[in-house]
Design a protein around this ligand. Structure first.
Ligand SMILES: Nc1ncnc2c1ncn2[C@@H]1O[C@H](COP(=O)(O)OP(=O)(O)OP(=O)(O)O)[C@@H](O)[C@H]1O
Length: 208
């Protein structure tokens, strides 16, 4: 399986942000998206995950291949850690809940309601969800927010294992996760040339 993106343009709130994005990922590869705040990293991930349509271009990806971890963890607040993961495992058709709990260092917290977790613990639970999906393409939007240094290292190991098992990862992150094998894609060259007034591109605005 290959993720191939060809000449993709995408917008947010009706404003074109990126154009001409071309990239590909094969099993075992990771790509880190870089660019300043607001350049469109989340928008690109949302588009690739199928949450919004592209303006133009092609995305070639088998259906149901993507597990998307957004800024919000998507937790059921009154369910426990284990119940949250059993819920997601049922949605995705299986998955090793006990293994995911152990892997993300959640064993001591398995019976605690999600609403009573700390921010970093919630994030670990949100990332454990990836493990129970069984999906090969992980799209990760700032996955390390709220994580301490040990948890960042733990999650980097989880991503490395995923790649070693033939998975793929596409992530937007401002920090260095320490995954040396990951390629970096700077989105600055793909900034859409035509921007709506008030979106910060004074050169283009002068001609609108
Ligand atoms: N729901 C929305 N409606 C309209 N515009 C939005 C919406 N969400 C985000 N935007 C705008 O779209 C642009 C791109 O946002 P996006 O979240 O993709 O950027 P980003 O590169 O991920 O930024 P960051 O590094 O801050 O996370 C920003 O200018 C943002 O203000």
């Amino acid at each position: 399986m290959v993720l191939h993106v060809d000449n993709l343009s995408c917008a947010r709130g009706g404003v074109p942000l990126l154009e001409g994005v071309t990239l590909s990922l094969v099993p075992g590869q990771a790509l880190v998206l870089r660019g300043p705040n607001g350049c469109g990293k989340t928008t690109l991930l949302r588009t690739l995950a199928g949450l919004q349509p592209p303006l133009a271009g092609q995305i070639s990806l088998p259906p149901d291949a993507v597990a998307y971890a957004a800024h919000a963890d998507g937790l059921k607040s009154t369910l426990s850690v284990a119940e949250n993961l059993r819920f997601w495992a049922a949605i995705y058709g299986g998955g090793d809940v006990a293994g995911a709990i152990a892997r993300m260092n959640l064993t001591q917290l398995a019976d605690r309601a999600a609403q009573n977790l700390s921010a970093g613990q919630k994030r670990r639970l949100g990332l454990a969800r990836l493990l129970v999906t069984g999906r090969p393409v992980w799209m990760l939007d700032e996955p390390t927010v709220s994580l301490d240094a040990a948890s960042v290292a733990l999650f980097a190991d989880v991503v490395r294992d995923h790649l070693a098992e033939g998975g793929m990862a596409l992530m937007a992150t401002h920090i260095d996760l320490g995954i040396s094998e990951a390629r970096v894609l700077d989105l600055s060259p793909f900034k859409a040339r035509l921007r709506a007034p008030g979106t910060g591109d004074s050169f283009d605005e002068a001609f609108l």
